[in-house]
Ligand binder design. Structure first.
Ligand SMILES: [Fe+2]
Ligand SMILES: [Fe+2]
Length: 185
């Protein structure tokens, strides 16, 4: 028990939450590289290598990040939502929203920003007129950077606030049941 108390908050997370935190770290690495290439495309112009790296990120987003989001929505979110409603814990501000609803709306916003920037990059690359091309790539970059800012903020919200909250409100037994349910065929 004493040992438990000495552990940091993050180390005390249930393995399922810890897996999510680890996946955020993987995504943050990719995000950092993506931001660099987007900045370069914006300031020095698009070339084939940059276009291909940008494409790789959207591929990663579509495979890894979306699977991660869906898994959160399937596992921890529903149980945490119940707890928050029972406790009548809502976010500060106008509407009565729980932390889970806020995170879900981040997921949707992320998907929208990814779709918009991906399509704008694609369009920019196909435009023959150099001015239109530059403008479109600039717009695509803006949306892409908005996406990366959102993702970083979202990972911080989960890792620093919502997952520790879930750890506190959801019992070990409930967590294990969530985990076990997941592994069923
Ligand atoms: Fe997450
Ligand atoms: Fe999330």
């Amino acid at each position: 028990m004493v040992q438990q108390e000495q552990k940091g908050a993050e180390e005390g997370l249930h393995p399922l939450l810890q897996e999510f935190v680890d996946e955020h770290q993987v995504a943050l690495e990719k995000i950092k590289q993506f931001e660099e290439v987007v900045q370069a495309a914006r300031s020095k112009g698009m070339d084939e290598e940059r276009a291909s790296l940008i494409n790789d990120f959207f591929q990663f987003f579509g495979d890894y990040v979306l699977a991660h989001n869906e898994r959160e929505e399937r596992t921890v979110f529903p149980t945490l939502q119940e707890k928050l409603l029972e406790r009548e814990e809502f976010q500060e501000g106008g509407e009565k929203r729980t932390a889970v609803e806020l995170l879900q709306s981040d997921h949707i916003k992320g998907l929208q920003l990814a779709a918009v920037s991906f399509n704008l990059f694609g369009l920019g690359l196909r435009l023959p007129d150099p001015t239109s091309r530059l403008l479109t790539i600039d717009l695509a970059s803006e949306q892409a950077l908005e996406l990366t800012e959102l993702l970083k903020l979202h990972f911080t919200r989960e890792g620093d606030i919502v997952f520790p909250m879930a750890q506190e409100y959801i019992s070990q037994h409930e967590f294990d049941a969530i985990h076990a349910r997941e592994e069923m065929p």
